[in-house]
Write a protein that binds this ligand. Sequence first.
Ligand code: SF4
Length: 329
Amino acid sequence: EHALVRLEGIRRHFPVYRGNVLRRQTGTVKAVDGISINIMPGETYSLVGESGCGKTTTSRMLLMADQPTEGDIYFDNRPMKHFSGAERRNFKASVQAVFQDPWSSLNPRMRVDQIIAEPLITHQRLSRSAVRAQVQELLQVVGLHPFHAERYPHEFSGGQRQRIAIARALSTRPKLIVLDEPVSALDVSIRAQILNLLKELQSTYELSYLLIAHNLATVRYMSHTVGVMYLGKIVEEAPPIELFTNAQHPYTRALISASLPAHPRRQREEIVLAGEVPSPINPPAGCTFHPRCPFVMERCSADVPALVEYTPRHFTACHLYADGGKNTC
Ligand code: SF4
């Protein structure tokens, strides 16, 4: 089975200039710096990491809102940069997005049926009655009553608005939906309902998701594969059970320990992150995590660690595991 989406060696670098008249390049922002990931049909690939690590830039490139400066993105084995006009239109219908804040993503002046029908009308030629029938069906699929069709977004709760955003995303029968923090703006009490709805829809329609989330419990619940990003690179990738029980990279271990509730009687090895995330403008040489890493060694500031398979489907980029899982220091 081939990946629905394959990112190969994707980079997104921006030059930084100084001076208005005699502009001189003073650095490069390495927002995304050589990542390769596979999103399989019917599965969820999650990206986690602190803000500014490149998760959103990655998803923007996948949504064609931004272009990689290097590398290729393949959709159904076709490189996106060589898409014909028809392939591009098909791609735009096949890849949709649901964002964090259903307040700002739904146009307040449009009725719910217009909001849901908008992508349908853009991508397909349908009669009015066919559009109406599809809107009614989509409302039911996301757990809303058809009489909601003629209302406006402000008449709904946050959870209901997110259901409307999901119905809109589903309207073009996509293969992939980018979920950018889909529940973090919602009340804790309704987050699980929306996550369960997304899971149900995934299995009914064989949907793939690219999930961007900082809540590790959400990631653990939803994902088939998790990629941990730090300063534009994937530093560790594994299925969630493996990642949450057997994380290897010091950064992943720090993220996981920071997310666990403090427990005075539990003896656990805890890694506390020192300092701030360095700027992605001219990031540190070698392993970009080295200024904050408690295990830093001499070679860490000079050599970039490669992402190597530690155990099957578990990859990590750290010199501690450079020798196929054996500690080399
Ligand atoms: Fe730490 Fe070195 Fe591993 Fe980077 S390569 S995470 S600095 S031990």
